[in-house]
Design a protein around this ligand. Structure first.
Ligand SMILES: Cc1ncc(C[n+]2csc(CCOP(=O)(O)OP(=O)(O)O)c2C)c(N)n1
Ligand SMILES: [Mg+2]
Length: 351
């Protein structure tokens, strides 16, 4: 979700942003919506209302909110299967996201995509992709299309840290470096790829350094601090928009839930003590405390906002519950697109 306040403040300094109560309120709103939404997803999954895979984003909300709060409506976003939070932060309605999770016809992909395939063309939100690394070449292609058409949009490509060990990542970053494409590759380093710790899978632990191989500007920031994410993302987005240059941005974060709903919260690959330590830096608590210390938020306002978010999510649940399942014939629809049809508009060559 990008509001006027968020856009207006995007070029100001972090110090200015930190003291901006209205902006902070919007950031808190965005992050709290994602958190309350996904807590109910876990409940719905346990009740069998959501089928298939379901990967929660809880703990990483400062990344989606921090980055996407800086975008223009005509920019592009592409992501992985851990996509509910980003879909909401980009402005998809909780009703459309919940209906998709419930496999219902009012979902963004008419209930046929499910948790891993959130998509909204009107928001230039290009998924939701289940194959690790598959969205990275697509993002490079979007960056190429922007440049070819002479536009000044930016493409944000979210991925987990495991992606940097796939071949597609290297091919795509090489092309982005070579052709100077306006893509910000955001690595959400939550330290684990399923049950495998980064240190067991990667020869390099400072992942952002991988950008050096392709002469791509690179940076790293704290993913639990929404202001730090915004500051780093702002620089990368500006570089893409003004100079048409890619950035590899590593954001260090942590997931508070298991890899997916079929994985225990701490499991055998990480200890409860480690999880507890990271949970002390809950991004929502950090922002809330900052606002409380600055006198921007009191207990009443916090409870009111929280109640509002819970009501919005309850409304999404009720709406999804009432939405019909797609009919059987729908299986044959939306499979192939006729690219020769007049219905497909010719791409504009300039913005
Ligand atoms: C090509 C491919 N190989 C394996 C998988 C199975 N898989 C799903 S998620 C995942 C781990 C990805 O970890 P990471 O990129 O760090 O993202 P995170 O889940 O931590 O957000 C794997 C191996 C897959 N989906 N695609
Ligand atoms: Mg990971």
């Amino acid at each position: 979700m990008q509001t006027e306040t968020m856009a207006k403040k995007k070029t100001e300094t972090v110090a200015t942003k930190e003291s901006d109560a209205a902006l902070n309120q919007e950031l808190l709103h965005s992050m709290l919506l994602q958190r309350r939404f996904e807590e109910r997803c876990a409940e719905a999954y346990a009740l069998g209302k959501i089928g298939g895979f379901c990967h929660l984003y809880i703990g990483q909300e400062a990344v989606s909110t921090g980055v996407l709060s800086l975008l223009r409506p005509d920019d592009y976003v592409i992501t992985t299967y851990r996509d509910h939070g980003q879909a909401l932060a980009r402005g998809m309605t909780p009703r459309a996201v919940m209906s998709e999770l419930f496999g219902r016809i009012d979902g963004c992909a008419r209930g046929k995509g499910g948790s891993m395939h959130m998509f909204d063309k009107s928001l230039n939100f290009l998924g939701g992709h289940g194959i690790v690394g598959a969205n990275v070449p697509l993002a490079t292609g979007v960056g190429f299309a922007i440049k070819y058409r002479g536009g000044d949009q930016v493409c944000i490509c979210f991925m987990g840290e495991s992606v940097v060990n796939t071949g597609a990542f290297h091919e795509a970053l090489n092309m982005a470096g070579l052709w100077k494409l306006p893509v910000v590759y955001v690595i959400e380093n939550n330290r684990y790829g399923m049950g495998t710790a980064l240190e067991r899978a990667s020869a390099i632990h400072d992942i952002y350094e991988r950008g050096a191989s392709y002469n791509i500007p690179r940076a790293m920031c704290d993913g639990q601090d929404v202001f730090a994410v915004r500051a780093a993302a702002d620089e990368a987005i500006d570089r893409a928009r003004r100079e048409s240059l890619p950035t590899l941005l590593e954001v260090r974060t942590y997931r508070f839930m298991g890899h997916s709903m079929s994985d225990a919260v701490s499991g055998t690959y990480r200890t409860k003590a480690e999880l507890d330590e990271y949970m002390k830096r809950d991004p929502i608590v950090l922002l809330r405390m900052h606002m409380q210390e600055n006198g921007e938020l009191d207990d009443d306002a916090l409870h009111k906002l929280d109640d509002e978010m819970k009501a919005v999510v309850q409304d999404a649940w009720d709406f999804a519950d009432k939405s019909p399942e797609p009919p059987l014939e729908a299986l044959y629809e939306d499979v192939l697109v006729d690219t020769t049809s007049d219905a497909v508009a010719e791409p504009a060559l300039s913005s």
